[in-house]
Design a protein around this ligand. Structure first.
Ligand code: HEM
Length: 222
């Protein structure tokens, strides 16, 4: 991924290989076949943003992106305040209870940046709906491997809106808010589809391995 902001030294192996895989897919302009067969779990979401809403997001991002390191931390600290159960998904810092101490935690800071870099990428893909859908779908698949369940994704939009409102001051309008809310809803719903797709694939491969193991342990009757 072209995320200059992420900190590779502290990423999980799963996250690194996911990122490399997606980056190489994106570098070639063609999407893989998989991108065309998205949606065999549930129907894909209709892309919700009007042209005017895309513009509102792009314009506000020009201001917000300067602050993404801080916003990323604030979003997750607020998430843990309002939904402490979300912290359990992060094995690197789930045992830190003091939120002030957590703010200074390098892993939390790096994760906040990863999330915000994904938002940056999404903003840059608002006119390429197929690509954006593919990215969010694959992100959902990787979150299944991180064991971060879909009900939590929807919380991020509200926390983001709370965190960025004061930065935009009077430029924050109900229309800007609605546009961001719609984008986060769309990302969460598409990630959710990816999560369930991956979950199904993992279950299928586990049941295949256990059937194979069962067959191998059955003595040959011939
Ligand atoms: C809109 C919502 C979210 C976005 C855009 C997002 C984005 C990301 C990104 C870009 C990564 C880096 C690795 C990768 O690309 O696969 C990541 C990793 C991860 N995310 Fe999320 N995430 C979201 C919500 C959540 C929530 C709500 C949780 C947990 C409650 C969560 C848990 C994790 C974990 C455990 C990792 C792996 C560890 C790490 O990279 O620090 N994510 N997420």
């Amino acid at each position: 991924m072209g995320c200059a902001l992420s900190s590779p030294g502290i990423r999980s192996d799963a996250a690194i290989s996911e990122e490399k895989r997606r980056s190489s897919l994106e570098d070639g302009l063609e999407l893989p076949e998989e991108a065309e067969c998205l949606g065999d779990e549930e129907m894909p979401e209709l892309f919700p943003l009007s042209e005017a809403q895309k513009e509102l997001i792009q314009e506000s991002w020009k201001v917000l992106h300067k602050d993404i390191a801080r916003v990323g931390i604030v979003v997750f600290i607020r998430l843990f305040e309002t939904h402490p159960e979300c912290k359990d998904a992060f094995f690197l810092f789930r045992d830190i209870d003091d939120l002030q101490q957590l703010k200074m935690n390098k892993e939390l800071q790096a994760h906040g940046l990863r999330v915000m870099s994904f938002i940056e990428k999404s903003v840059a893909r608002l006119d390429e709906e197929g690509k954006l859908e593919y990215l969010a779908f694959e992100l959902g698949r990787s979150h299944c491997r991180y064991k971060a369940p879909p009900k939590y994704y929807e919380y991020i939009g509200a926390q983001f809106i709370q965190a960025v409102q004061p930065i935009l001051k009077e430029e924050w309008t109900p229309e800007v808010e609605k546009a961001w809310e719609s984008l986060f809803k769309y990302l969460a719903a598409t990630m959710r589809r990816g999560f369930y797709k991956e979950e199904k694939m993992m279950e299928a491969s586990q049941s295949l391995s256990s059937r194979k193991a069962g067959a191998e342990s059955t003595p040959n009757k011939v």
